[in-house]
Design a protein around this ligand. Structure first.
Ligand SMILES: Cc1cc2nc3c(=O)[nH]c(=O)nc-3n(C[C@H](O)[C@H](O)[C@H](O)COP(=O)(O)OP(=O)(O)OC[C@H]3O[C@@H](n4cnc5c(N)ncnc54)[C@H](O)[C@@H]3O)c2cc1C
Length: 193
Protein backbone atom coordinates (compact mmCIF):
# COMPACT_ATOMS: atom_id res chain seq x y z
CA UNK A 1 0.00 0.00 0.00
CA UNK A 2 1.45 3.44 -0.87
CA UNK A 3 2.60 5.52 2.05
CA UNK A 4 0.68 8.67 3.02
CA UNK A 5 1.99 11.63 1.10
CA UNK A 6 3.92 14.42 2.67
CA UNK A 7 2.07 17.41 1.25
CA UNK A 8 3.99 20.55 0.44
CA UNK A 9 2.20 23.57 1.85
CA UNK A 10 2.94 27.26 1.81
CA UNK A 11 4.40 28.82 4.95
CA UNK A 12 2.04 29.14 7.92
CA UNK A 13 -0.99 28.02 5.97
CA UNK A 14 -2.75 24.87 4.95
CA UNK A 15 -2.66 25.83 1.28
CA UNK A 16 -1.05 22.96 -0.57
CA UNK A 17 1.37 23.91 -3.32
CA UNK A 18 1.34 20.64 -5.23
CA UNK A 19 -1.76 18.60 -6.01
CA UNK A 20 -2.27 14.87 -5.99
CA UNK A 21 -1.61 14.73 -9.72
CA UNK A 22 1.81 16.24 -9.06
CA UNK A 23 0.89 19.52 -10.73
CA UNK A 24 1.21 22.90 -9.02
CA UNK A 25 -2.07 24.05 -7.46
CA UNK A 26 -3.28 27.30 -8.97
CA UNK A 27 -5.09 29.79 -6.71
CA UNK A 28 -7.40 32.58 -7.83
CA UNK A 29 -6.98 36.26 -6.99
CA UNK A 30 -9.28 35.67 -4.00
CA UNK A 31 -6.76 33.19 -2.59
CA UNK A 32 -9.06 30.21 -3.08
CA UNK A 33 -8.22 27.22 -5.29
CA UNK A 34 -9.18 28.08 -8.87
CA UNK A 35 -11.71 25.54 -10.12
CA UNK A 36 -11.20 26.17 -13.82
CA UNK A 37 -7.38 26.25 -13.57
CA UNK A 38 -6.86 22.89 -11.81
CA UNK A 39 -7.88 19.31 -12.47
CA UNK A 40 -10.96 18.29 -10.45
CA UNK A 41 -8.81 16.02 -8.31
CA UNK A 42 -6.35 18.77 -7.43
CA UNK A 43 -9.15 21.29 -6.89
CA UNK A 44 -10.93 18.99 -4.44
CA UNK A 45 -7.67 18.22 -2.70
CA UNK A 46 -6.75 21.90 -2.30
CA UNK A 47 -10.26 22.87 -1.18
CA UNK A 48 -10.27 20.13 1.46
CA UNK A 49 -6.86 21.32 2.59
CA UNK A 50 -8.14 24.86 3.10
CA UNK A 51 -11.37 23.99 4.84
CA UNK A 52 -10.23 21.23 7.14
CA UNK A 53 -6.71 22.28 8.07
CA UNK A 54 -3.63 20.55 6.71
CA UNK A 55 -4.61 18.16 3.94
CA UNK A 56 -4.10 14.45 4.51
CA UNK A 57 -4.07 12.25 1.47
CA UNK A 58 -3.74 8.58 2.28
CA UNK A 59 -3.14 5.96 -0.36
CA UNK A 60 -1.86 8.34 -2.96
CA UNK A 61 1.60 7.93 -4.43
CA UNK A 62 4.02 10.78 -3.84
CA UNK A 63 3.42 13.81 -6.07
CA UNK A 64 6.70 13.35 -7.87
CA UNK A 65 5.88 9.75 -8.78
CA UNK A 66 2.40 10.79 -9.86
CA UNK A 67 3.83 13.61 -11.97
CA UNK A 68 6.20 11.28 -13.72
CA UNK A 69 3.36 8.82 -14.32
CA UNK A 70 1.13 11.56 -15.70
CA UNK A 71 3.84 12.87 -18.03
CA UNK A 72 4.60 9.36 -19.24
CA UNK A 73 0.92 8.59 -19.79
CA UNK A 74 0.46 11.82 -21.71
CA UNK A 75 3.44 11.12 -23.94
CA UNK A 76 2.04 7.70 -24.72
CA UNK A 77 -1.52 8.87 -25.38
CA UNK A 78 -1.12 12.27 -27.00
CA UNK A 79 -1.20 12.12 -30.74
CA UNK A 80 -1.67 15.44 -32.51
CA UNK A 81 -2.58 13.62 -35.74
CA UNK A 82 -5.28 11.45 -34.18
CA UNK A 83 -8.22 11.40 -36.54
CA UNK A 84 -10.32 13.81 -34.50
CA UNK A 85 -12.79 15.56 -36.76
CA UNK A 86 -13.93 19.20 -36.87
CA UNK A 87 -16.82 19.96 -34.47
CA UNK A 88 -20.45 19.55 -35.51
CA UNK A 89 -23.23 21.80 -34.18
CA UNK A 90 -23.57 19.73 -30.99
CA UNK A 91 -19.91 19.43 -30.04
CA UNK A 92 -19.41 23.08 -30.88
CA UNK A 93 -22.51 24.04 -28.89
CA UNK A 94 -21.64 22.10 -25.76
CA UNK A 95 -18.07 23.43 -25.72
CA UNK A 96 -19.27 26.97 -26.36
CA UNK A 97 -21.89 26.93 -23.61
CA UNK A 98 -19.26 25.53 -21.26
CA UNK A 99 -16.97 28.42 -22.11
CA UNK A 100 -19.73 31.04 -21.81
CA UNK A 101 -21.10 29.79 -18.49
CA UNK A 102 -17.57 29.34 -17.11
CA UNK A 103 -16.79 32.94 -18.08
CA UNK A 104 -19.91 34.09 -16.22
CA UNK A 105 -18.79 32.07 -13.20
CA UNK A 106 -15.49 33.97 -13.04
CA UNK A 107 -16.88 37.39 -14.04
CA UNK A 108 -16.50 39.86 -11.13
CA UNK A 109 -19.39 39.98 -8.63
CA UNK A 110 -19.44 43.76 -9.04
CA UNK A 111 -17.67 44.62 -12.30
CA UNK A 112 -16.52 48.18 -12.97
CA UNK A 113 -17.85 50.09 -15.98
CA UNK A 114 -15.03 48.97 -18.24
CA UNK A 115 -15.55 45.29 -17.45
CA UNK A 116 -19.27 45.71 -18.18
CA UNK A 117 -18.57 47.40 -21.52
CA UNK A 118 -16.00 44.73 -22.39
CA UNK A 119 -18.44 41.94 -21.61
CA UNK A 120 -21.12 43.46 -23.86
CA UNK A 121 -18.55 43.82 -26.60
CA UNK A 122 -17.37 40.24 -26.11
CA UNK A 123 -20.92 38.87 -26.40
CA UNK A 124 -21.55 40.96 -29.51
CA UNK A 125 -18.36 39.69 -31.15
CA UNK A 126 -19.10 36.14 -30.02
CA UNK A 127 -22.41 36.46 -31.88
CA UNK A 128 -20.61 37.85 -34.94
CA UNK A 129 -18.06 35.08 -35.13
CA UNK A 130 -19.96 32.01 -33.88
CA UNK A 131 -19.23 29.33 -36.50
CA UNK A 132 -22.82 28.02 -36.86
CA UNK A 133 -24.32 30.92 -38.80
CA UNK A 134 -27.99 30.28 -38.06
CA UNK A 135 -27.20 29.77 -34.34
CA UNK A 136 -25.28 33.04 -34.43
CA UNK A 137 -28.18 34.87 -36.09
CA UNK A 138 -30.65 33.65 -33.47
CA UNK A 139 -28.26 34.48 -30.63
CA UNK A 140 -27.74 37.99 -32.03
CA UNK A 141 -31.53 38.42 -32.38
CA UNK A 142 -31.94 37.27 -28.77
CA UNK A 143 -29.39 39.89 -27.67
CA UNK A 144 -31.16 42.63 -29.61
CA UNK A 145 -34.42 41.83 -27.77
CA UNK A 146 -32.83 41.00 -24.42
CA UNK A 147 -29.89 43.26 -23.70
CA UNK A 148 -27.10 41.36 -21.88
CA UNK A 149 -27.32 41.94 -18.12
CA UNK A 150 -23.71 42.61 -17.28
CA UNK A 151 -24.20 44.55 -14.02
CA UNK A 152 -23.22 41.69 -11.71
CA UNK A 153 -21.92 38.14 -11.95
CA UNK A 154 -25.33 36.79 -11.01
CA UNK A 155 -27.19 38.91 -13.55
CA UNK A 156 -24.83 37.77 -16.31
CA UNK A 157 -25.12 34.10 -15.26
CA UNK A 158 -28.91 34.30 -15.28
CA UNK A 159 -29.00 36.15 -18.59
CA UNK A 160 -26.83 33.46 -20.18
CA UNK A 161 -29.03 30.81 -18.66
CA UNK A 162 -32.05 32.47 -20.28
CA UNK A 163 -30.22 32.65 -23.62
CA UNK A 164 -29.33 28.97 -23.35
CA UNK A 165 -32.95 28.12 -22.41
CA UNK A 166 -34.14 29.93 -25.53
CA UNK A 167 -32.08 27.49 -27.61
CA UNK A 168 -33.19 24.55 -25.44
CA UNK A 169 -36.80 25.46 -26.17
CA UNK A 170 -36.09 25.74 -29.90
CA UNK A 171 -34.58 22.25 -29.83
CA UNK A 172 -37.40 20.79 -27.70
CA UNK A 173 -35.07 20.29 -24.70
CA UNK A 174 -36.17 20.84 -21.09
CA UNK A 175 -35.73 24.26 -19.54
CA UNK A 176 -32.89 24.59 -17.04
CA UNK A 177 -33.77 26.13 -13.65
CA UNK A 178 -31.74 29.35 -13.70
CA UNK A 179 -31.73 29.52 -9.88
CA UNK A 180 -29.27 26.63 -10.13
CA UNK A 181 -26.82 28.17 -12.60
CA UNK A 182 -24.14 28.73 -9.95
CA UNK A 183 -24.32 25.13 -8.76
CA UNK A 184 -23.88 23.86 -12.30
CA UNK A 185 -21.18 26.28 -13.36
CA UNK A 186 -19.49 27.78 -10.28
CA UNK A 187 -19.88 26.16 -6.86
CA UNK A 188 -20.79 22.58 -7.68
CA UNK A 189 -23.73 20.62 -6.26
CA UNK A 190 -24.50 19.95 -2.60
CA UNK A 191 -24.65 16.36 -1.37
CA UNK A 192 -28.42 16.62 -0.93
CA UNK A 193 -29.11 18.07 -4.44
C1 LIG B 1 -25.03 30.64 -28.84
C2 LIG B 1 -25.47 29.25 -29.23
C3 LIG B 1 -26.55 29.10 -30.07
C4 LIG B 1 -26.94 27.81 -30.49
N1 LIG B 1 -27.98 27.69 -31.36
C5 LIG B 1 -28.31 26.45 -31.83
C6 LIG B 1 -29.32 26.29 -32.80
O1 LIG B 1 -29.91 27.26 -33.25
N2 LIG B 1 -29.60 25.02 -33.24
C7 LIG B 1 -28.93 23.92 -32.76
O2 LIG B 1 -29.21 22.80 -33.20
N3 LIG B 1 -27.99 24.06 -31.81
C8 LIG B 1 -27.66 25.27 -31.33
N4 LIG B 1 -26.67 25.39 -30.39
C9 LIG B 1 -26.11 24.18 -29.79
C10 LIG B 1 -27.05 23.65 -28.68
O3 LIG B 1 -27.46 24.67 -27.78
C11 LIG B 1 -26.40 22.54 -27.83
O4 LIG B 1 -25.17 23.00 -27.34
C12 LIG B 1 -26.18 21.24 -28.56
O5 LIG B 1 -27.41 20.79 -29.09
C13 LIG B 1 -25.62 20.16 -27.62
O6 LIG B 1 -26.58 19.99 -26.59
P1 LIG B 1 -26.32 19.17 -25.28
O7 LIG B 1 -27.57 18.37 -25.03
O8 LIG B 1 -25.03 18.46 -25.35
O9 LIG B 1 -26.22 20.23 -24.06
P2 LIG B 1 -26.05 21.78 -24.11
O10 LIG B 1 -27.33 22.46 -24.46
O11 LIG B 1 -24.85 22.13 -24.92
O12 LIG B 1 -25.78 22.10 -22.55
C14 LIG B 1 -24.59 21.71 -21.90
C15 LIG B 1 -24.87 21.63 -20.43
O13 LIG B 1 -25.29 22.90 -19.98
C16 LIG B 1 -26.24 22.77 -18.91
N5 LIG B 1 -27.39 23.59 -19.27
C17 LIG B 1 -28.43 23.29 -20.08
N6 LIG B 1 -29.25 24.34 -20.20
C18 LIG B 1 -28.71 25.32 -19.45
C19 LIG B 1 -29.10 26.65 -19.17
N7 LIG B 1 -30.21 27.19 -19.67
N8 LIG B 1 -28.32 27.39 -18.35
C20 LIG B 1 -27.20 26.87 -17.81
N9 LIG B 1 -26.78 25.62 -18.04
C21 LIG B 1 -27.53 24.85 -18.85
C22 LIG B 1 -26.56 21.30 -18.77
O14 LIG B 1 -25.87 20.81 -17.64
C23 LIG B 1 -26.02 20.70 -20.06
O15 LIG B 1 -25.57 19.40 -19.87
C24 LIG B 1 -26.25 26.67 -29.99
C25 LIG B 1 -25.17 26.86 -29.14
C26 LIG B 1 -24.77 28.12 -28.77
C27 LIG B 1 -23.58 28.30 -27.86
Amino acid sequence: MPEPVEVKTTENSSKPEIGVTGRKIIYGKDGKPCRSCNSLLDFQFATAGMTKGAPVVPNVPSPKIKENQAVAAKKEKYNPYAKDIPPDVEVLGKSSWTLLHAIAATYPETPDDKKQRDMKQFLKLFGNFYPCWFCAEDFTRFMAKNEPKVETQDSLGRWLCDAHNEVNAKLGKPKFDCNLWKRRWKDGWEEED
